[in-house]
Design a protein around this ligand. Sequence first.
Ligand SMILES: NC(=O)c1ccc[n+]([C@@H]2O[C@H](COP(=O)([O-])OP(=O)(O)OC[C@H]3O[C@@H](n4cnc5c(N)ncnc54)[C@H](O)[C@@H]3O)[C@@H](O)[C@H]2O)c1
Length: 458
Amino acid sequence: MAAAMASRGVRTIGVDIQAAPVEKIKKKLAPVWEPGLSEMILGCDGLLQATMDVNEAVHETDLTFVVVPTPSLPSGAFSLEYVCSVVRQIGAAIGKKDGYHLVVLSSTVLPGATEHVVLPLLEESSGKCRGMGFGLCYSPEFIALGSVLRDFLNPDFLLIGECDAASGKKLASFYANEMQINARIARMTPVNAELTKIALNTFVTTKITYANMLAEICERLPGGDVDVVTGALGLDARIGAKYLKGGLGYGGPCFPRDNKALAHFLDSMGVPAGLPRTVDQLNSQQPQRVVDLIWSLGVPKDGRVAVLGLAYKPNTNVVEGSQSVAIASLLAEAGSSVVVHDPLAIEQARQVLGNSVSYAASVTECLANAQLILVANDLPEYRGALHQTSNQIPRPIVLDAWRFLRPLHSFGPSCYQALGLGNADGRNKARIDRFVRSLSNKDTQTGESQAHAASSAD
Ligand SMILES: NC(=O)c1ccc[n+]([C@@H]2O[C@H](COP(=O)([O-])OP(=O)(O)OC[C@H]3O[C@@H](n4cnc5c(N)ncnc54)[C@H](O)[C@@H]3O)[C@@H](O)[C@H]2O)c1
């Protein structure tokens, strides 16, 4: 955020309690990996500075964004420990400052945090009143790792929860004029903005989970194709095509915790929380579903499985909540010999998987002698290497999570399997035959349909 602001000509000071990121910024180096960030920092032309001193930063600027972590508590709620700690320091600095200062909370919080926790803390620590010495807004960013800079500078909309109209007006003007962001702005009370942020993330994860349910049923339908189904669904303006590609579950540092937090919040307000809780549970079951599928393809439990792609999505080194890391872990636990590869996230994965898997230095090394190759991230560099496996004897099964090899694949039907694509193997054919018979003649109900009827009657 700081680099993006400086890139738009805003003099920006980044503050952190850790020395390492501060030193990196001072040396014009990126403290985290993100596409385009190093180049952006180099181009900031002295407008981007860094310090560990909150007081200095508050005195030299007009506006402070608070983007500290809000880790999940066992209940699912977001901890405000770091927010409170830094807000106390900001308040103390505002108390010593002559002019007006606008504070903007950007961290993900649950409804009520800005007005009922941050505001009283700022008033107490500054000795000033909201609207007099300072203003306060809640304004989260809708950014995704791997495209943070683009998302931050080109949002679909800006969300501002304002404690008073003057604060909201000032922040809206900052985004539009200083940051030159041309986007619609939704201004509202903090509590509505806090709810909007978590509602947006949980809505998107519900959509992903719906697409994954369609992928799973398509796998069991001979001829089923989730891309055909979601492609048509996405044409409906009420639904839209984004985040509707069935495949692996969602992961990363944000999405998995948002449904847990919403469920906790709904519980505490006495509202049924079945929807977010179910989405969370279904997503947690996805790695085991993929492992079961691998075994159903005839790969022995002690077989050799290659996993391509460990980051929770391409173009990032983050493995938090990564589905492919969870799959690798389940396979290794079951006795499989697992070898993994990722161009960016090997070291991060090693922290989680330890010695339970082997780490390949190249894609070719990863694929050697594999009985099954799980392609978890659709990276172009995997394509060529995977095509060469068609010369391998015996040929491995390629399990393509996102079907990105499908247009080019020359693997043959027994060697290419994809999430979301049906095949007419014996089990699926028997299932659909049984189902069709049950439609035409109730008396022929057998097996699963009888069991289903019995459980419905319960
Ligand atoms: N990462 C994302 O994609 C993303 C997207 C949207 C929202 N968010 C939200 O933004 C918040 C931050 O997430 P993140 O991923 O950037 O976290 P992070 O852990 O990567 O970075 C937070 C930084 O805050 C620093 N910090 C902690 N306490 C501090 C203090 N008292 N003073 C100064 N600096 C302090 C840490 O040292 C760290 O460098 C969270 O609430 C998260 O939910 C993150």
